[in-house]
Design a protein around this ligand. Structure first.
Ligand code: ZN
Ligand code: ZN
Length: 186
C-alpha cells in the first residue's frame, strides 16, 4: 500500500513504470555488460541464459593480458579490429573456463552475431538468439536457420511497433545495417 494515498503502491516506481519482460531484462543486462568493452570501434555485450539463469556473459575485448584497444588503438586488418574477441565468443569462452554447458541456452546480444560467432553459438548448442541492433550478415542468418536456431530481434523500448524483425532468413534489415558492417565490433 502507498502510505500517502492508501492505494496499492508501485514499489516506489513512477506510475508509468512497466516491468520489463524477461527478454527485455536480459537484453538490458547485455547493455550493462557491453559497457566493459575495451575496443574503441563499438561496445557489444552478450548474456547467455537458460531457465532464466545467467550462465555466462561476454563483451568484445582483448584476450587476457593483451593491451586494450582503448589504450593502444585498434589492430586493424582489412577494416576489422583483429585484437578483440567478440562478445558472443567471450561469453562462450567464459562458460568453457568454468565448465558450464550452454546447450539449449538463449543468447542475448546487443547486436546481431557475425558469421564466426554464429557458427560458435550453433556448435555450442545454443537454441535461441535475441538481439537488438541489426547487422547485415545473410550467411549468419542462413546458418542460424539451417541449424534451427530461433532468432528474434527485440526492439528498443519506445521503438515504433511493426518494424520487421531481421531474424533468420528475414530481409527486413534496418538501413544502418547495410553496407560493410563498419559499425560491428570486429
Ligand atoms: Zn579494437
Ligand atoms: Zn562476432
Amino acid at each position: 500500500m502507498d502510505a500517502t494515498t492508501g492505494k496499492p503502491g508501485n514499489g516506489g516506481r513512477p506510475p508509468s513504470h512497466r516491468r520489463p519482460s524477461w527478454d527485455e531484462y536480459f537484453l538490458g543486462l547485455a547493455d550493462a555488460v557491453a559497457a566493459r568493452s575495451t575496443c574503441t570501434r563499438r561496445a557489444v555485450g552478450a548474456v547467455i541464459v537458460r531457465d532464466r539463469r545467467i550462465l555466462a556473459t561476454g563483451y568484445n575485448g582483448s584476450p587476457p593480458g593483451f593491451p586494450h584497444c582503448l589504450d593502444v588503438g585498434c589492430l586493424m586488418v582489412d577494416g576489422h579490429c583483429v585484437r578483440t574477441v567478440h562478445a558472443e565468443m567471450n561469453a562462450v569462452v567464459q562458460a568453457a573456463l568454468h565448465g558450464v554447458s550452454i546447450k539449449g541456452a538463449t543468447v542475448y546480444c546487443t547486436s546481431f552475431p557475425c558469421l564466426h560467432c554464429a557458427k560458435v553459438l550453433i556448435g555450442a548448442g545454443v537454441e535461441r538468439v535475441v538481439y537488438r541492433d541489426p547487422y547485415h550478415d545473410p550467411i549468419a542468418e542462413e546458418f542460424f536457420a539451417q541449424a534451427g536456431v530461433k532468432v528474434e530481434r527485440l526492439q528498443p523500448a519506445g521503438a515504433a511497433p511493426g518494424q520487421p524483425a531481421a531474424g533468420a532468413g528475414a530481409s527486413g534489415q534496418a538501413p544502418e545495417a547495410a553496407g560493410d558492417g563498419a559499425g560491428h565490433a570486429d
